[in-house]
Design a protein around this ligand. Structure first.
Ligand SMILES: *[C@@H]1O[C@H](CO)[C@@H](O)[C@H](O)[C@H]1NC(C)=O
Ligand SMILES: *[C@@H]1O[C@H](CO)[C@@H](O)[C@H](O)[C@H]1NC(C)=O
Ligand SMILES: *[C@@H]1O[C@H](CO)[C@@H](O)[C@H](O)[C@H]1NC(C)=O
Ligand SMILES: *[C@@H]1O[C@H](CO)[C@@H](O)[C@H](O)[C@H]1NC(C)=O
Ligand SMILES: *[C@@H]1O[C@H](CO)[C@@H](O)[C@H](O)[C@H]1NC(C)=O
Length: 350
């Protein structure tokens, strides 16, 4: 299985980068699911929509870059590398029953080069280098995608995409590289899908100066090329090549494949927590690796989720990173059947 999977994945993912296929790829389990967002809505509880957050447990409603260093303040991380106290978060997916109730779609780890990653909820994180890259600096953060967008034509499918996964087992890889013509901007709604893989690829070119920007995006730019290949040449406005951060989320929709449960009015059965579809998919990133460990990991071509002594990277067992949890600060029900989706008054309604 493992060899078959390797053979299936690597050539497809790195057809143009066979010589440099090393990358970090590791599991991050759920830290908390709540309505907070220190990047877009600092200081606010019950932000407009719900997120699932993974990573360092110093995650908080406010995380000012000048005063708050996750690498120093975190006591644990829900990600497999001990040195990674970064936070990664995205919207969560809901299934909408025809009776009007919602339930959060469970998340699982993904197959791929390692055959399987073990997650308790959460997502898989990639750092894909292309040539010499400059790791992010302390305080760095960025956003990919737009939480209010409803226009699929405004989303580049080569960066944020969804794929219908017809295998019931995440250990069986379906299809090739992410974000190609097998993927869609919208969330698939097909009873054949057992899982839906969501991919969020962040930009790889930094302006070299700003740790953040007012829209959390303009200090970054996408380089040439598409997909999960580490990114191509950078524009002169954003000349510094950084690692390509990619999130991979596996939504287990197996329990919701009976069309008789789907909304009778023809509306979509799966929506993100903004009550919007795939066009509004987005990911937030807040850097928090210890010291220069990420730079060393990239320079030494550390691979997958393996310990990497050359860079000082050590790993935790799943039981350890699964145990790193945080209590909700914005306390409300997010699991089980809900009469309505947890949404703030500012939220954009579909
Ligand atoms: C979160 O921030 C509050 C103040 O806003 C502070 O009291 C608390 O200690 C912080 N928690 C963590 C884990 O840093
Ligand atoms: C809708 O259906 C689900 C699944 O059968 C059920 O658990 C939930 O209570 C129902 N909601 C309402 C409002 O009837
Ligand atoms: C879809 O995935 C298959 C299997 O990996 C691949 O051979 C094919 O090229 C992909 N199709 C498109 C249109 O990219
Ligand atoms: C997805 O959910 C189904 C239904 O509960 C379950 O049988 C299956 O094992 C789950 N898949 C994974 C990968 O957890
Ligand atoms: C699928 O539904 C069954 C029955 O309600 C439940 O026991 C199971 O935990 C669900 N699976 C997932 C992955 O949530």
């Amino acid at each position: 299985m493992q060899w078959a999977t390797l053979a299936a994945v690597l050539p497809a993912l790195f057809a143009n980068h066979v010589a440099s296929q090393q990358m970090l790829r590791f599991a991050c389990s759920q830290l908390v699911v709540e309505r907070t967002d220190p990047l877009v809505n600092p200081g606010m509880k019950f932000t407009p929509h719900l997120h699932q957050i993974v990573g360092g447990d110093s995650f908080n409603v406010t995380m000012e870059p000048e005063v708050m260093d996750p690498a120093q303040l975190s006591k644990c991380t829900s990600c497999s590398f001990v040195q990674d106290k970064s936070n990664y978060w995205t919207a969560v997916m809901f299934f909408k029953h025809k009776n009007g109730s919602y339930i959060r779609v469970p998340q699982v780890g993904n197959g791929g080069p390692q055959g399987k990653l073990i997650n308790d909820g959460g997502l898989d994180v990639y750092y894909i280098p292309s040539g010499k890259v400059t790791a992010f600096k302390k305080g760095f953060r960025m956003l990919a995608g737009s939480a209010g967008n409803t226009d699929a034509s405004k989303v580049n499918k080569a960066r944020i995409c969804h794929r219908c996964w017809t295998s019931p087992n995440e250990g069986t890889f379906v299809g090739g590289a992410p974000c190609d013509n097998n993927d869609s901007v919208d969330i698939p709604s097909d009873p054949k899908c057992k899982m839906i893989r969501q991919t969020i690829i962040f930009p790889t070119c930094w302006d070299g100066k700003n740790l953040d920007s007012p829209d959390h995006q303009s200090h970054m730019a996408y380089g040439q090329g598409n997909g999960a290949n580490g990114g191509g040449a950078c524009p002169s406005s954003h000349p510094v090549k950084v690692p390509q951060v990619m999130y991979e989320l596996m939504w287990n929709v197996t329990n919701f494949s009976d069309r008789n449960m789907w909304p009778a009015d023809g509306s979509k059965p799966f929506v993100y927590s903004m009550n919007l579809g795939g066009s509004a998919a987005h990911g937030d990133y807040l850097f928090g690796w210890e010291g220069d460990s990420l730079q060393k990991a990239m320079d030494n071509r550390c691979d997958l989720n393996r310990a990497c002594p050359a860079a000082g990277l050590t790993t935790q067992e799943p039981a350890q990173y699964n145990a790193c949890k945080k209590k909700q600060q914005a306390v409300e029900d997010v699991d089980g059947w809900l009469k309505e989706m947890p949404l703030g008054s500012k939220a954009i309604k579909a």
